[in-house]
Design a binder for this molecule. Structure first.
Ligand code: SF4
Length: 701
């Protein structure tokens, strides 16, 4: 009973939205979710944001897929399908017919053209067990590693830099550790909107006396809690961070003892930084030298400091270089391996950490074992009874390009929506529409599912059991709370059925069996069992014993590299892939907003959230609007070298005068029509955070 409300039953689970991983309780009435409350989980201590608290009714949307669909003969592929009335393009099918059609089409391409004719996109919205099964299916059913998921569009460059620098892609400390920090740096992240409950811990730490430094081209919600807000020029992260490190070196604020005991490469880094004097970089990054030096002193003299970062760092063609700078900054000051210190890339999706750990990545197997290493292939080959391809697979954008070239003819997509989430979306949509055979399993007829040959209706998160891993490395148990609509089935069940039809000898009957197999192959899951998670709800990895709740801070003595030492890597990338010019004089940046989640499939069908933010907007500084003769609320046309969209202008003083910000959740004005598909060479992540753009008042229709 809460606030006078009485529930028939309650089910303990985890929020399905962001990587914070708040524990929730579904309160049920008449077999439906009536409301949601926060629980005392390790990441949220009863706190919830608006999405976790009010964003649950997508589950009972009348647009939920409830029967398998098969495309009608001759129905054109495109986004011209009404999700509420798919019968213009699809016909209903039995599970037997739909699974046979899905698998037969994929098998036919494999048999005629070889396994590489088919690729797979999994999703960080699915459970650990589902991510694990999906990558195993592509690797063992088609014999290659062309399987990826939305981590590629999120923190792939951060992971590349962390693996190179410290030998692990996960956070070195939970975000709750910030309560012990005296300095907190938040860069390229907007946690009050994107990781709202994590943001409450940053604010709490400030209230306790910590100093907060925020660095971002947009003035963030956290700004009013910050001692310093560095609103640097978009795309100049490396120049700014190298300048801060230059000042730390010049003033001797680095930790010689830590550097000697735990790192290599400082001398080369020091030499590299000589060119980045704050006085020289001030003009490049737009932050005056005195402020850069002040921030360097604040961080360099901190007792305990943590760095948090988000997509503003990673979604650049120099995203890996950006993250390299953050790793060097933390390690040169010895800010790792102790309580209140560390490096923390704030993970986006609720299970992007877990899906990556489970091997849903083209270059690594579970636990980041490189496919190129014979030892790793032998280990998982023995576990799976299969031979593993030594060639790293293609990444998300590379797969779309391979489809466009005709090298890939069939796709199996579980829970991803590349027609909305990929950069240069018109190109991605054209490629997907040209596939010979497209199988999509999802909970709604997403823009990608609209183009499918076979659509398989999946259960939503509250309709199944499974584990997820949050940004803090906390593996948590999600439990089935309500029945699925009609004939919708869990993703793991659908993947098993497809695997069997592809000739794989799979006999899993419950996710706990999948988890047990994962634990046999993944050292990160040592001492974590399904039964323990059912009992405790969450365990942080690494867990050192069956009783240990897990280690909040890792790498105190050594890093998980061959010699136990970290590597400091100088970063040079300073400019985005394209520059503004007379035709495209502004800088477009994209991202999420508090009320909407990624491509909008769930939150735009959640009543409260959609009512709060019902339509796409392009945010511009009031000065920029005045200069262009546009009023807030007018329709504007935003154009880049890829395409144009029309949407409503919104005034936002947080933006610089030459910037425009567009959230990417709205199909009617899809921001990714505009974005640049150029990739970071290491992380293979596209430059969602920077495109040259033109904004003009839209002509009245
Ligand atoms: Fe859900 Fe993230 Fe909000 Fe927590 S902060 S309630 S995990 S969306």
């Amino acid at each position: 009973q809460t606030g006078g409300r009485v529930a028939d039953a309650e089910v303990a689970s985890v929020c399905p939205y962001c990587g914070v991983g708040c524990q929730i309780s579904y309160k049920l009435r008449d077999g439906k979710i009536a409301w949601v409350e926060g629980r005392d989980g390790p990441a949220n201590e009863n706190r919830l944001c608006v999405k976790g608290r009010f964003g649950f009714d997508y589950v009972s949307s009348p647009e939920r897929l409830s029967v398998p669909l098969i495309r009608k003969e001759g129905a054109p592929r495109g986004l011209n399908v009404d999700p509420a009335n798919p019968w213009t393009h699809f016909r209903p099918a039995s599970w037997e017919e739909a699974l046979d059609a899905a698998a037969d089409g994929l098998a036919a391409l494999r048999d005629a053209h070889g396994g590489r004719a088919v690729a797979g996109f999994g999703s960080a919205k699915c459970s650990n067990e589902e991510a694990y099964l999906f990558q195993k299916l592509i690797r063992t059913g088609f014999g290659h590693n062309n399987v990826d998921h939305c981590t590629r569009l999120c923190h792939a460059s951060s992971v590349a830099a962390l693996m190179e620098g410290i030998g692990s892609g996960a956070v070195t400390a939970t975000f709750n550790e910030c309560l012990k920090s005296d300095v907190i740096v938040v860069i390229g992240a907007n946690p009050t909107e994107n990781h709202p409950v994590a943001a409450t811990y940053f604010k709490q730490s400030v209230k306790n006396g910590a100093k907060l430094i925020v660095m971002d081209p947009r003035g963030m919600g956290l700004k009013r809690f910050a001692t310093h807000m560095l609103q640097f020029r978009p795309g100049t992260d490396v120049a700014m961070l190298n300048a801060i490190m230059h000042a730390i070196v010049e003033e001797g604020l680095y930790d010689t003892q830590y550097l000697q005991a735990h790192t290599d490469g400082f001398e080369a880094l020091k030499a590299h930084l000589a060119d980045y004097a704050p006085e020289k970089m001030a003009e490049v990054c737009g932050i005056d030298a005195a402020t850069l030096r002040e921030v360097a002193r604040l961080y360099g003299t901190a007792e305990r400091a943590m760095i948090f970062w988000g997509m503003g760092v990673s979604q650049h063609t120099h995203g890996t270089d950006n993250a390299r700078c953050l790793i060097s900054l933390a390690l040169m000051c010895g800010q790792s391996g102790r309580p209140g210190t560390g490096l923390h890339p704030l993970r986006g999706q609720n299970n992007v950490q877990g899906a990556s750990d489970a091997g849903l990545i083209p270059m690594v197997l579970p636990d980041y074992a490189k496919v190129s290493l014979a030892e790793a292939r032998e280990k998982f080959g023995a576990l799976w009874g299969a031979e593993i391809d030594p060639q790293p697979g293609l990444t998300v954008v590379e797969i779309i390009d391979a489809i466009a070239r005709g090298d890939i003819r069939g796709m199996y997509v579980m829970g991803e929506n590349p027609a909305m989430s990929d950069p240069d979306a018109a190109h991605a949509r054209e490629a997907l529409a040209g596939l010979t055979h497209l199988v999509v399993q999802d909970i709604f007829l997403t823009e990608t599912a609209m183009m499918a040959d076979v659509v398989l209706p999946a259960t939503a998160w509250p309709e199944k059991d499974g584990t997820v891993t949050n940004t803090n490395r906390q593996v948590q148990m999600g439990r089935k709370a309500v029945a699925a609509p009609g004939g919708a089935k869990p993703d793991w069940w659908i993947t098993v059925e497809i695997a069997r039809r592809l000739g794989l000898d799979w006999d899993y009957t419950h996710p706990r069996e999948v988890f047990a197999e994962m634990a046999r192959g993944m050292a990160s899951l040592d001492n974590i069992t399904w039964e323990r998670l059912e009992r405790d709800g969450a365990v942080t990895y690494p867990s050192l014993s069956p009783e240990d709740p897990g280690q909040a801070v890792v790498f105190s003595d050594r890093f998980p590299t061959v010699d136990g030492r970290a590597r400091l890597v100088p970063a040079t990338g300073v400019s985005p892939a394209e520059s503004p010019d007379a035709e495209y004089p502004m800088v477009l940046t994209t991202g999420r907003q508090l009320e909407h989640w990624h491509t909008g499939a769930m939150t735009r069908r959640a009543g409260v959230l959609d009512a709060l933010e019902p339509a796409p907007t392009a945010s511009l500084h009031p000065f920029a609007l005045r200069r262009m003769g546009i009023a807030a609320g007018d329709m504007v046309r935003v154009t880049t070298r890829r395409g144009a969209i029309t949407l409503q202008a919104r005034a936002d003083e947080a933006l610089q005068h030459d910037m425009v910000f567009i959230p990417f959740a709205y199909v009617e004005a899809a921001a990714n029509i505009l974005t640049n598909p150029q990739l970071d060479p290491d992380g293979k992540i596209p430059e969602f955070k920077y495109a040259a753009a033109r904004v003009e008042k839209a002509e009245a229709e």
